[in-house]
Design a binder for this molecule. Sequence first.
Ligand code: ZN
Length: 289
Amino acid sequence: MNTMTNSITAYRKHRKFFATDALTQFINASENLVVLTGAGCSAHSGIPTYRDSRGHWQRSDPIYHQEFISKPSSRQRYWARSVIGWPNVANAVPNAAHYALAAIENVGKIGLLVTQNIDSLHQRAGHKNVVDLHGRLDRVVCLGCGAASSRHALQERLLIANPQLPKSGDFAPDGDADIQIDVTTIDVPSCTECEGILKPDVVFFGDNVKPKIVQSIYQSLSNSDGLLVVGSSLKVYSGFRFCKKAAELGKPIVCVNPGVTRGDSLYKLKVKADCVKVFSNLIEPLELK
Ligand SMILES: [Zn+2]
């Protein structure tokens, strides 16, 4: 390595160090943060993401809401893939970022955590006040009678009804998996109460988050002393709107994400690094007592 490369490496190390220091100060000085998390937060728990660090789409098209509602074959395809993909989400364990955020909430510095993830890992790490912006994969709703049920129970029913399903596949985001099977052979269970169509309790692409949820998050933002974005490229407007709102309200916005994000011009501080690495080193300097 020549001298120039050495200096650049040293400069980068220092820059990262200063950014992490500033993040520690920001959190220590806060009393009521809103946190917005994305796929980067769950990637270290083995849950695949849709986008690479440059924000580029890595996957084939996901399922769309209208398609799921209107086409029985789409539901057969969805559930066939989900039978293989769901255990990866169900068995995932929270990582250092989830635990650190729960600890920061525990000392009263986080008023609300909004996650775009559907894996419930924040709750499993002990985080209490969580809004699952895009729903939760561990719950199922009936489109006929509205009854809520457990995804675990549906997994049993799907497995019993479809012994022809393969045992494994390549995991994809959102509890999906790439598998080779003729989906027309799939028997999709219906609601045990009314025989209505069952849907995972998540917001698919092409569907919207309920306006009252958005409004209540706007309210929390206006009462907060800043927004902390963790592990999200904010490519999806559903999450980006909170960044825009915080900027409109004049709240400081801090982001921890290794790649480019849609809110890059709005931040007071950006820690350009992996959130799990950052939060693993943050607990000690933080005043969590
Ligand atoms: Zn029903």
